[in-house]
Ligand binder design. Structure first.
Ligand code: X5A
Ligand code: ZN
Length: 670
């Protein structure tokens, strides 16, 4: 199943016709440059091109008022003077004789994308549209937006396809207040937004954008705002919020469809956002959402005003939707203090609504909110003192080309186990060098040539992964611990290699090799955990029972992922024992999510008897979406306490595990 791309040149055919400094960045080139980059990189060719249509009146009325629609309908016939007058009723937006036509195409393209995904024509897709949508409200244009493309799409999906729950992720650097207002009392739409806020000093300067605005009535808890109170947020800040706020809540919510307000003004170089996240972070943000809703994800362009940063970010997003492994993200040095303050605030504001946040720390001493009020009083002239445009242009390295290895998934299987479709059965011509080394190290006394052959092809597979000839692999082995040991030892000899070992179930794990940091072992078992040996050996003990799915997912999202990102392995080794008791759904989520690390170089080791889950594992390794787990029940309290204790103990060594700022953090429950 493919990836849809929606684009129509017609949407480049309107522009600002007078002088307005607030609007001059919203130019037609935003779209042409993005589209040309997709063509030049060959990405457009790999997508399914879906034609754009105009949204109908009925579509638009799903969100907007009749009066507003009728008023916009008149704009194609207005004189320049009339257009300026009409524009003056709204904030930071402009009209043009052709913008109504384009706005219908932008909303219509979004609906075509939803149709393509919901009917199964494609798995996911992206709509490149102008004008953007997330600021427009029921009866008002705003912030370059005329019709609220994504809000209309959410209503449409509910109405036409009976979708029960929609997740809207707004990673644009501005608050999509229009989307928030459209769904503030609606528990069937979870709206998440992060945005430059600066204690209300940044446009659109709304009290409604703060962390304590959580939705109304039945919709309480279904609006999540992460205000950024300083500029310069980086990759670590974005990933922290995904791991500690958005993903746990999204998995608990269990959407049937994910819509992304995909604005790229949150990337480095953007004159509006002034943030420092690199364009390749969008590969990760996208990947991390692709296992929700069975992979049904629609990304819809919103902002993005640095043309270079914009087209790079668009390409990263589309390439990830197509299933190519994400690049290793650079500079994950932990979140900033200001980001941690925001994270802390949102988590505490939502702890009463989401069981995954139940153990979040209480609000910091009213410091953060009083700061906001003080600042607002001090400076009534909001947004005026905009500093002079700095002459220096931000520079950053072009994201490296992502070359998907020729083979996606290779399997080492006994002859009597069938190889799943689209995978390659791996057999290596015996390498005497490897065999001799292995014999020396592991099998001195044993004459088990079968075992030796199996292990040597395992090493050969790892070597092909190192050379980028194979992306990932799966091996059914006689002895999981032994196989793991071999791979770890082999990898340790290579320079700059780091292996993240994830074990599920009780097994002997490589102990001695962890101290130098060449290996990070995270072991999930339900045996009472032994004490942690060092920073690089992390036993996680969760209870077995009905709630174990929630507890385990929580551990994956807010413990394993941040650890993995900070460790930045060159290989992920995922092993499980036959008696781990893990269901296929959770296993697929784990396998799918871990592929965001190590450029997708994942090697899965399964016990020989476990041929039953080869297909499910291979499907995840191939990049197919894991099946949804259903709305998650509350995790067992004991598990949550275990995880929270672990997180607190580890956060000194692993900064991405922090969820509170150093000075405001103190007061945890229990
Ligand atoms: C879609 C979008 C930004 C408007 C900024 C106005 N709008 N100052 O990014
Ligand atoms: Zn924006």
């Amino acid at each position: 199943m493919g990836t849809a791309l929606l684009y129509d040149e017609e949407m480049t055919k309107y522009k600002l016709l007078w002088v307005d400094p607030a609007c001059k960045i919203e130019v037609p080139e935003r779209l042409t440059v993005s589209h040309e980059a997709l063509i030049k990189t060959g990405l457009a060719d790999r997508c399914v091109s879906v034609p754009v249509r105009e949204a109908t009146d009925a579509d638009i009325l799903l969100v907007h008022s009749e009066e507003y629609l009728e008023a916009v309908k008149k704009t194609p016939y207005m004189t320049l003077e009339d257009l300026m007058e009409f524009t003056s009723h709204y904030g930071d937006v402009y009209f043009h004789p052709n913008i109504y036509h384009c706005a219908k195409l932008a909303a219509g393209a979004t609906l075509q994308l939803v149709d393509s995904v919901m009917t199964g024509k494609v798995r996911n897709g992206m709509a490149l549209v102008r004008p953007p949508g997330h600021h427009s409200m029921r009866s008002a244009a705003n912030g370059f937006c005329v019709f609220n493309n994504v809000a209309i799409a959410a209503q449409y999906a509910k109405q036409k396809y009976g979708v029960k729950r929609v997740l809207i992720v707004d990673w644009d650097v501005h608050h999509g207040q229009g989307v928030q207002y459209a769904f503030e009392d609606d528990p069937s739409v979870l709206y998440f937004s992060w945005h430059r806020y600066e204690h209300q000093k940044f446009w659109p300067n709304l009290r409604d954008s703060d962390y304590d605005i959580v939705g109304k009535e039945k919709g309480a808890g279904f609006t999540m705002n992460v205000p950024w109170n300083t500029v310069g947020m980086k990759n670590s800040d974005y990933l922290s919020v995904f791991c500690h706020v958005l993903l746990p809540v999204a998995y608990e919510f269990c959407p049937d469809l994910v819509l992304v307000c995909a604005g790229f003004d949150s990337a480095i170089g953007d004159p509006e956002g002034k943030m420092c996240a690199s364009p390749d972070i969008f590969a990760h943000l996208t990947h991390l959402l692709m296992n929700l809703a069975g992979g049904k994800l629609c990304a819809v362009l919103e902002g993005g005003y640095n043309l270079t940063s914009l087209h790079q970010s668009v390409c990263q997003t589309v390439q990830t939707l197509l299933g190519d492994p994400a690049p290793r993200p650079a500079n994950l040095d932990g979140p900033s203090t200001s980001a941690l303050e925001s994270l802390h605030c949102v988590r505490s504001a939502h702890k009463q609504y989401w069981s995954c946040l139940k153990h979040a720390a209480e609000l910091p001493t009213s410091e953060v909110s009083t700061k906001r009020i003080k600042l607002a009083e001090e400076d009534q002239s909001l947004d005026k003192g905009e500093e002079e445009e700095s002459a220096e242009e931000e520079v950053w390295p072009e994201p490296p080309k992502r070359v998907a290895p020729p083979v996606r998934t290779a399997l080492i299987l006994p002859n009597d186990v069938a190889c799943p479709d689209r995978c390659q059965r791996f057999s290596s011509s015996e390498d005497t060098n490897i065999v001799n080394k292995l014999r020396e190290k592991f099998l001195k006394d044993s004459a088990d040539n079968d075992a030796l052959t199996a292990l040597s092809s395992l090493i050969a597979l790892v070597e092909k992964m190192e050379k980028n000839e194979i992306c990932n692999g799966l091996a059914l082995v006689r002895d999981v611990s032994m196989a793991m040991m071999c791979v770890v030892q082999h990898a340790a000899t290579a320079l700059n290699s780091r292996v993240l070992v994830v074990c599920v179930g009780d097994m002997v794990v490589p102990g001695h090799s962890t101290e130098d940091g060449k290996t990070l072992v995270v072991q999930f078992s339900n045996k009472e955990a032994e004490d942690q040996k060092c920073k690089y050996h992390i036993p996680v003990c969760l209870k077995k029972g009905s709630g174990d799915v929630s507890g385990f997912m929580q551990a994956v999202l807010s413990l394993l992922l941040p650890l993995g990102y900070e460790y930045d392995p060159s290989l992920v080794l995922l092993a499980r024992t036959a008696d781990s008791g893990m269901c296929d759904g959770v296993w697929q989520q784990l396998t799918g999510l871990l592929q965001s690390l190590a450029q997708g170089n994942t090697l899965v080791l399964l016990q020989e008897g476990e041929s039953g889950c080869v297909d499910a594992t291979a499907s995840s390794l191939l990049g197919e979406a894991a099946r949804p787990l259903g709305q998650l029940p509350a995790p067992p309290p004991g598990d949550m306490e275990t995880l929270e204790r672990l997180r607190q103990r580890l956060q000194a060594d692993w900064k991405l595990l922090q969820t509170t700022a150093p000075d405001t953090g103190g007061s945890d429950e229990h």
